[in-house]
Design a binder for this molecule. Structure first.
Ligand code: COA
Length: 425
């Protein structure tokens, strides 16, 4: 085993150097504070490994993303979302017999408790679906014992799609459509979203495949903001539903999963204002403008985001297969072309990320813009669950508790009220 030596205030300290299965190097500083009294400072955790994990591998320089060793391109081309859920959670793709059982379980646990329907009544129609989703997922812990984790994993995966579609029906004032056991996971979701009573609804195979693709591409992304939140909350011993609900809240932010909604709003704003794409890109480069090119840049990918490449091709194909044209796709492609040849974006290694093209596909499927982040959450569920399960099973897991570098006032006396008043005059 190799050693890294730290020279601190004239003293040397040795730390083991660990190597991941893909050759990544990590300095194990677990003993740093005990040995030296010092801590590391890494705001945003860009250089900090918070755990070891065997679920997802990303090489941001080479644009590689693999779930349990399988390239995202292979899974996107051949697997169903349910198979990918199984892969992430159990470590291997299912055999046909395993898939049959898993699929059946996911179907049979789709109903939510009838009492939970009343919760939807309490939300205003304008409620953001992410507010409803996080509240409902946390509420599941009120109905199911936290001691049956394997079944709770099935319940969570299965009921989340019902909750997301009920949130949509609530927002448009339509009656809830119950899940149908004869349909697949994705078909079921689409019929709960778009069917209306007394009318037949059939999910187009093109839309069904596009939905599988989108969910697969979002299924895991190692220790990102929401996944780290799930692990952080779970490390305190909080139950599965509470931990995932926290992850949903973290995903909501515009710098994370909320970016997909912002991309479409940005594209619409460009078209409606008549502003040129080039002018928008210029504005996004100005620090004080408060404007960014949403859907561009990534903490890990510094060359290209393989998910964006897959989605760009899929957007073209799906629109063609559905006989649709979306002017926002033209604006997106124009923005991409301008940004990719602009030194500002080249120097900072800013490329389109998964959110840049996902919204075009969601729109083609009839999913409204404010539902996009909830769709991301639906896709990310198996990843959060797999990461939570891995953390719970890891004997070395401790409650997550970072340190800080204190930069506030040093010790001082409490002044009398008179002195404080005198100081303000
Ligand atoms: N538009 C314009 N400038 C951007 C940018 C964008 N989308 N993303 C990053 N930059 C600039 C930053 O201003 C910074 O410039 P500086 O070095 O002159 O200060 C530089 O690029 C590095 O960005 P930084 O914010 O430090 O990178 P990060 O790793 O902390 O953040 C993101 C990554 C994803 C949060 C960031 O790129 C971003 O906000 N993107 C838009 C939101 C988005 O699409 N999020 C979805 C991620 S999947």
């Amino acid at each position: 085993m190799s050693i890294a030596t730290l020279l601190l205030k004239g003293k040397e300290y040795d730390f083991p150097v660990l190597e991941g299965t893909e050759g990544e190097t990590a300095i194990d500083i677990t003993s740093l504070r005990a040995k030296s009294g010092a801590i590391t400072l890494d705001p945003g955790y860009a250089n900090t490994g918070s755990c070891t994990s065997a679920i997802t591998f990303i090489d941001g320089e080479k644009g590689i993303l693999r779930y349990r060793g399988h390239a995202i391109e292979d899974l996107a081309g051949t697997a169903s979302f349910v198979e990918v859920c199984y892969l992430l959670i159990h470590g291997e793709l299912p055999t046909p017999a395993e898939l049959l059982v898993f699929d059946d379980q996911l179907t049979r646990h789709s109903l939510i408790h009838e009492d939970m329907k009343k919760f939807f009544e309490g939300f205003p129609p304008s409620a953001h679906p992410m507010a409803i989703l996080s509240a409902m997922i946390a509420s599941l812990s009120a109905y199911y014992s936290e001691h049956d984790n394997e079944l709770n994993i099935i319940r969570l995966l299965s009921k989340a799609k019902t909750i997301v579609s009920f949130a949509y029906k609530k927002s448009i004032g339509q009656p809830f459509i119950y899940p149908c056991n004869a349909l697949s996971y994705t078909q079921n979701f689409m019929q709960m979203m778009f069917a209306v009573p007394a009318e037949d609804y059939v999910v187009s195979p093109v839309v069904d495949r596009a939905l599988n693709l989108l969910l697969i591409l979002h299924a895991d992304h190692e220790q990102n903001c929401s996944t780290s939140t799930v692990r952080m909350v779970g490390s305190s011993g909080a139950n599965l539903f509470a931990s995932i609900s926290a992850g949903i809240c973290a995903l909501w932010g515009p710098l994370h999963g909320g970016a997909n909604q912002q991309v479409i709003e940005m594209l619409q704003q460009i078209r409606q204002s008549g502003q040129s794409a080039r002018k928008f890109v210029e504005r996004a480069k100005e620090k004080d403008s408060g404007s960014k090119l949403m859907g561009f840049g990534h903490r890990v990918y510094k060359n290209f985001d393989p998910r964006a490449t897959i989605l760009k091709n899929a957007a073209d194909q799906v629109l063609a297969a559905l006989g649709m044209r979306d002017p926002l796709l033209d604006t997106a492609m124009e923005l991409e072309q301008i940004a990719l040849s602009d030194p500002y974006f080249i120097e900072r290694k800013l490329y389109p990320n998964v959110d840049f093209y996902s919204g075009i596909l969601y729109r083609a499927m009839g999913i409204p813009t404010n539902m996009f982040t909830a769709m991301f959450a639906l896709g990310r569920l198996p990843g959060w669950i797999a990461q939570w399960k891995e953390m719970v099973k890891e004997p070395k897991t401790k409650i997550n508790r970072p340190r800080q570098l204190y930069v506030g006032k040093t010790a001082r006396e409490v002044e009398s009220v008179e002195t404080r008043i005198a100081a303000t005059v």
